[in-house]
Design a protein around this ligand. Structure first.
Ligand code: KG4
Ligand code: ZN
Length: 334
């Protein structure tokens, strides 16, 4: 069978990324231009700046990707783009750029859900097995999904308030760490111990998650200690928070492993780059004799390679979209 090369575009947040992915599993070339350093000056992503920077940089990112691959756009078989969910202005830059390429080069256009992209980051290298339990853990989402085949999803649970990455970012800010908070909490936590007693999350009988209580308890603790004139042990607090945040995930994943008897676990999304979290989930999978599928670090946070991987089954299915494609800030997996 002829190789299928998909030119894929991701601009949903603060990374301008373009990749060429062969047959949904092999990354021919990938470029990721992160705006992180710019947004760090403001303590978080500024949507207006993000979309302007995508506009300024996207043609350069395309050129670099084509050069790395020694290919032309016309060598590709389709254009794929993240259309949702994310920052609307940022998504629109990628969507409009993809439409222009599709029109000019007469290539089919494929729309990809960003969260499904995170799951398909695990397809790179052809590692994904079904049925699987997929934990999507990012800045905007915390979801537990049952996947029985390509694009066959059932949502088991999701966060009732904050996403796990959002909690990492907010707690980081409260203890004076720079954006992005997640990697900085992880780094600091290594120097500390789990000494702060943070309240356990309510143990309900669902697969849903909750992070606002944990986040608030850290904020309250910092404020109280400040009022008393006490020093906070930031490393201990980072470690205690990280431990509690990961425990909330493993608790619900354990329930799902027990109740569904599924033996494959996928973790996806920016927070899956956290090594402590990876290790805790690995131990849990070992206990239940389940296989853990982890994306390589580079494919954990936002990147276009995962979009190319997620677009491939849609390409095979002839699931193409028209030039009237619009971006959307919200979208569910199922
Ligand atoms: O998937 P992603 O790049 O963007 C979204 O789709 O949201 O995820 C970004 C989130 C941020 O909240 C960031 O703090 C978190 O992932 N993150 C981490 C780590 N690396 C990124 N959280 C904890 N530990 C990390 N090492
Ligand atoms: Zn993401």
């Amino acid at each position: 069978m002829k190789d299928i090369n998909i030119l894929s575009i991701e601009t949903s947040c603060d990374e301008t990324s373009i990749a060429i992915v062969k047959n949904g599993i092999e990354v021919v070339a990938l470029t990721i231009l992160s705006q992180m350093d710019t947004h760090a000056n403001y303590g978080g992503v500024v949507p207006e700046i993000a979309s302007r920077m995508h506009t300024e940089n996207i043609t350069m990112v395309l050129e670099e990707t084509l050069n790395k691959a020694h290919m032309k756009v016309s060598d590709c078989d389709a254009i794929a783009v993240t259309y949702a969910p994310g920052l609307l202005g940022s998504l629109l830059v990628g969507v409009e750029f993809a439409k222009v390429l599709s029109y000019v080069y007469d290539l089919p256009l494929i729309k990809v859900n960003h969260l499904i992209g995170h799951i398909y980051a695990n397809k790179i290298g052809d590692k994904m097995k079904y049925p699987a339990l997929a934990l999507i853990i990012s800045g905007g989402h915390t979801e537990l999904i049952k996947m029985t085949d390509d694009y066959e999803f059932t949502k088991l649970g999701e966060t009732q308030d904050d996403a796990i990455g959002e909690a990492f970012d907010k707690v980081a800010r409260v203890i004076g760490l720079k954006y992005p908070g997640g990697p900085n909490i992880e780094k600091l936590a290594k120097e500390g111990s789990n000494n702060y007693k943070l309240p356990k999350m309510a143990n309900d009988d669902t697969y849903n998650f909750s992070y606002s209580g944990l986040k608030s308890s850290v904020i309250n603790l910092v404020n109280k200690e400040k009022q008393k004139g006490n020093e906070i042990n930031k490393a201990d607090l980072a470690c205690s928070f990280q431990t509690a945040a990961v425990e909330e995930l493993t608790r619900k994943l354990e329930k799902a492993l027990l109740e569904t008897d599924i033996k494959n676990v996928i973790i996806a999304g920016g927070v899956s780059a956290n090594k402590y979290l990876r290790e805790e989930i690995r131990k849990l999978c070992e206990k239940y004799d389940a296989e853990l599928q982890l994306p390589e670090f580079i494919y954990c946070t936002d990147n276009a390679a995962m979009i190319g991987a997620a677009a491939y089954p849609l390409y095979l299915n002839g699931d193409f979209t028209g030039l009237d494609l619009n971006a959307s800030s919200t979208a569910d997996i199922c």
